[in-house]
Write a protein that binds this ligand. Structure first.
Ligand SMILES: *Cc1c(COP(=O)(O)O)cnc(C)c1O
Length: 426
């Protein structure tokens, strides 16, 4: 069935035809590809075509699509029921497993989505500190949480709507957005209203303005500044957790946040996310403490079985070093081409996360990311798609390489990417 027909029909009954905006291809034009199934590094479309996938459902697919063990684990568990609304022993096993990967986490609660995890972490930070304000970074995306849809990245960037309608100014005024990698801006924010700041939340390695790396000492400065003013440091590792290392960006950079948000990989593609931190802070949550947070389906057995499988697989297979070696070769070839042909393109990457920005760069924050030629990106994207390579359908997003992507598949993708880069980056 063709994508156009499917999309037309969807648009009659689903706003914009999609259940999450960036899926609609608005940033690159054209009709989204309808997916029938996926396996390993491939997506199989309703159009009968096969695509080498670099989106990985926007991050969860560390092991590629539908690994046999994951599917077996979910299928087995779901026969026992889909939700009980009462505790299971597997939820405890999952909490123990998460704590074992993240030394900064002593207690953890699971939610159904990254958005919920962040929303709850923010409320907890406010409840724990008794302060109202939140600091975030420009282009930092934390799901569609009211107080954080200010200068947000991802779909919000692409649509040029940094603020959403429907968020009362009384809420947005409590959030302060500052440029990433700018220690002076951070200092100034804390100097001006430091005693009112509950938390500084950031993606330690932003992925929602495209992949951007922290400059030397930035995360350490964030740690020191929050500590000095008695605010909490929240690392939103929904994308980077289990991705950059098995212990997230905080392990790689050796900076310990007070609270951590996790999602995407931890649920293996099932609706499961989490937030956690020191026991003393987490004990503020109901039923122990005064900060309310809940979820009818939170920790449902099927999602938990997927999470347990993902974490056990990460523990036993230790996929990161091999994966990152393959990725490094892939990036080296792109860097070489950009250099040799003097292309006005910047490749940012961290482990298996990468973005090609259509600008000379360097891209170190939201302002420099936005110098990208998004029309060139759109042409590049569509040429790759025609070549069977499925990239993020927007400039300000991160692409992912999974452990299921073979050297051979990566070489095939490189042929398509290189050709399209040369023809569209001008
Ligand atoms: C995807 C993402 C979220 C939101 O997670 P959802 O499951 O889409 O609600 C939050 N923070 C970051 C850093 C993300 O990448």
């Amino acid at each position: 069935m063709d994508n156009k027909t499917l999309f037309k029909r969807a648009q009659k009954v689903i706003p914009g035809g999609v259940n999450s905006p960036v899926r609609a291809f608005k940033a690159v034009g054209g009709d989204p590809i309808y997916i029938k199934r996926a396996k390993g590094a491939y997506l199989y479309g309703e159009d009968g075509k096969k695509y080498l996938d670099f989106v990985g459902s926007w991050g969860p697919m560390l092991f590629g699509h539908a690994p046999d063990g994951l599917i077996r684990a979910i299928s087995k568990k779901i026969k026992d029921g889909t939700s009980f609304g009462a505790p299971t022993k597997e939820e405890t096993q999952l909490a123990e497993a998460i704590c074992s990967f993240f030394p900064s986490i002593q207690k953890v609660r699971v939610t159904n989505s990254g958005t919920e995890a962040v929303m709850s972490a923010i409320r907890l930070a406010r409840g724990y500190t008794g302060r109202p304000r939140i600091v975030k970074i420009d282009g930092g995306y934390h799901g569609h949480v009211d107080s954080l849809l200010i200068q947000a990245g991802s779909g919000a960037t692409t649509f040029g709507v940094p603020d959403s309608e429907g968020i009362p100014s009384g809420i947005s005024h409590l959030s302060l957005s500052i440029p990433y990698n700018d220690v002076t801006a951070l200092e100034n924010a804390f100097k001006s209203v430091g005693k009112e700041i509950a938390a500084f939340i950031l993606e330690p390695v932003p992925g929602n303005m495209g992949t951007v790396l922290p400059s030397e000492g930035y995360l350490e400065a964030a740690r020191a500044m929050t500590k000095k003013y008695g605010a909490l440091l929240i690392f939103d590792e929904v994308m980077t957790g289990f991705r950059i290392t098995e212990g997230g960006a905080q392990k790689y950079y050796g900076v310990k946040p007070d609270l951590t948000c996790l999602g995407k990989i931890v649920g293996g593609g099932m609706p499961l996310a989490a937030f956690g931190g020191r026991a003393e802070i987490m004990n503020f949550l109901a039923p122990l403490g005064p900060v309310y947070q809940a979820g009818t389906l939170a920790g449902n057995p099927a999602a938990v079985s997927a999470a347990l499988w993902m974490l056990a697989e990460i523990k036993s297979k230790k996929p990161h070093s091999k994966l990152h070696e393959r990725c490094a070769q892939f990036y080296a070839e792109l860097h070489q081409l950009i250099h040799d042909k003097h292309l006005p393109v910047t490749l940012n990457h961290m482990g298996s996360m990468w973005t090609l920005f259509f600008t000379k760069g360097p891209v170190t924050d939201y302002a420099s990311a936005k110098t990208s030629d998004t029309k060139a990106y759109a042409r590049f994207f569509h040429q790759c798609l025609r070549g069977g390579v499925y990239l993020a359908p927007a400039q300000f997003e991160t692409n992912f390489i999974s452990a299921a992507h073979t050297t051979k598949q990566l070489s095939a993708a490189l042929r398509v990417l290189k050709k399209s880069l040369q023809q569209n980056a001008k």
